[in-house]
Design a binder for this molecule. Structure first.
Ligand SMILES: Cc1cc2nc3c(=O)[nH]c(=O)nc-3n(C[C@H](O)[C@H](O)[C@H](O)COP(=O)(O)OP(=O)(O)OC[C@H]3O[C@@H](n4cnc5c(N)ncnc54)[C@H](O)[C@@H]3O)c2cc1C
Length: 389
């Protein structure tokens, strides 16, 4: 199976008629690298017998982190839709590396959009080339969807901000060099760049997860954690707006990641259906199995079109929050249905094979992380009800 397929190539042609060859070459080469170097490692990452560090660093060396960023900060300056497809490919090769890379890149996007010139110069190129691993620290033990109620504080004292509190379920925590931390100052939630190590920064034990097991997730604890005043990102009190904006973009990418997971689960289901026999014939000849294959394929195509549509709306500028949320809600729920049907088609082998049920376990995170389906449905409805018809 080619991770970058003829279907992706056709979509590139439609989306970028004058540059599709250049973009397709980049994605073909990334896809080939992922097939050779990442895909075979994926079961080991799930089993905890391989580390994410080597393959993630190798991906950055291939330029994946640089795709959508401006050339003045070391990026490739390519459209967001090209980046989103690259994350779909990575979601097929290994979902947990894709999770780690997408949240890392979301931090870089936040700094490009809201950071000062000197913050952009100091951090963006290092992050997108993988020289510094980044982590996004918003959720707290008692505030997730309702992030505006965050209890972590940042008090201004003698040219520094002193951060106290904790953040929960943080991807890349413990490994990251740079944390984008959201904490409440007198003016409200604000964003800070925190470099590790720092005497006031420590981590809870690694959280044991249902899926996405290659990625690291920890609680992050701040005890009089000092950051220089110049590490405030943008304006004090605007952190909640920045977090929302960063997450809108990240949701498109999470949708792409889920299409990638679904694609692999679907590919395995089709291959198995063709070779498994029952009642004297291949199970792929049964109408009820054919219906599953048809529905899985149709839903994957729909998820892909939704995340590419949201990417294009983002590229054109303006508000893309509803389109990004529609793509995420649909693609994350779709990948649960598709990976569940892949288990069903494999029968008992589906339930007992790690390398198959891990697709459902990986997909299960993303109707929760980066905006739950419930909260995103509220966001879509609010946005759509306020639109002129
Ligand atoms: C593996 C993993 C990795 C993560 N990585 C990160 C990370 O890197 N950085 C980060 O900051 N966070 C991260 N998160 C946190 C994630 O974004 C949150 O778990 C998510 O936003 C939901 O918050 P919560 O868990 O507190 O659930 P809650 O907000 O408590 O929600 C619980 C339930 O109530 C529902 N609910 C809440 N409000 C409403 C409402 N108004 N109407 C209807 N239903 C509602 C929710 O949809 C959900 O079903 C990660 C989480 C996990 C599990």
């Amino acid at each position: 199976m080619a991770i970058f397929s003829a279907e992706h190539r056709r979509l590139m042609q439609m989306l970028h008629p004058s540059h599709h060859q250049e973009y397709s070459e980049l994605l073909t080469s990334l896809g080939a690298f992922m097939e050779k170097e990442i895909l075979p490692l994926s079961p080991k990452l799930d089993a905890g017998t391989a580390s994410i560090k080597g393959p993630r660093a190798a991906l950055f060396a291939q330029g994946m982190g640089q795709i959508p960023f401006p050339t003045e900060y070391g990026g490739l300056g390519l459209p967001f839709s090209v980046y989103a497809i690259s994350v779909e490919l990575l979601g097929t090769a290994d979902a947990s590396i894709a999770l780690s890379v997408e949240i890392h890149n979301a931090v870089a996007e936040g700094l490009v959009n809201f950071g000062s010139e000197s913050q952009k110069e100091s951090y963006v190129e290092k992050i997108i080339t993988g020289r510094k691993l980044a982590s996004f620290a918003l959720t707290e033990p008692a505030s997730g969807s309702d992030a505006g109620t965050m209890a972590t504080t940042a008090e201004k004292k003698a040219g520094e901000f002193v951060i106290n509190g904790s953040k929960m379920f943080i991807t890349n925590a413990g490994e990251a060099d740079v944390y984008l931390v959201f904490a409440r100052t007198k003016k409200g939630p604000s964003a800070f760049i925190l470099e590790a190590p720092n005497r006031g920064l420590r981590f809870g034990a690694e959280l044991q997860k249902l899926g996405m097991r290659g990625s690291k997730t920890h609680e992050v604890i701040f005890s009089d954690c000092r950051v220089p005043e110049e590490n405030l990102v943008g304006e004090e009190g605007k952190g909640a707006d920045y977090a929302k904006e960063i997450l809108h973009g990240a949701r498109i990418v999470v949708a792409a990641l889920n299409v990638g997971i679904s694609q692999l689960a679907y590919g395995k289901a089709v291959a198995y259906a063709k070779q498994r026999r029952a009642f004297g014939k291949s199970i792929s000849e049964f109408q009820l199995i054919k219906e599953k294959i048809a529905d899985m394929k149709t839903e994957i195509s729909a998820g892909r079109l939704l995340y590419l549509y949201a990417s294009k709306v983002k590229e054109l500028g303006g508000d893309f929050s509803s389109e990004a949320s529609q793509a995420k809600v649909f693609a994350t729920e779709m990948s649960l249905r598709v990976s569940d049907e892949a288990i069903q088609i494999h029968g008992g082998y589906g339930y007992t094979t790690d390398d198959l049920h891990r697709h459902w376990r990986d997909a299960r995170l993303l109707t929760i992380g980066e905006g739950t389906s419930e909260v995103l449905r509220m966001l879509i409805a609010r946005r759509e009800l306020s639109r002129e018809l």
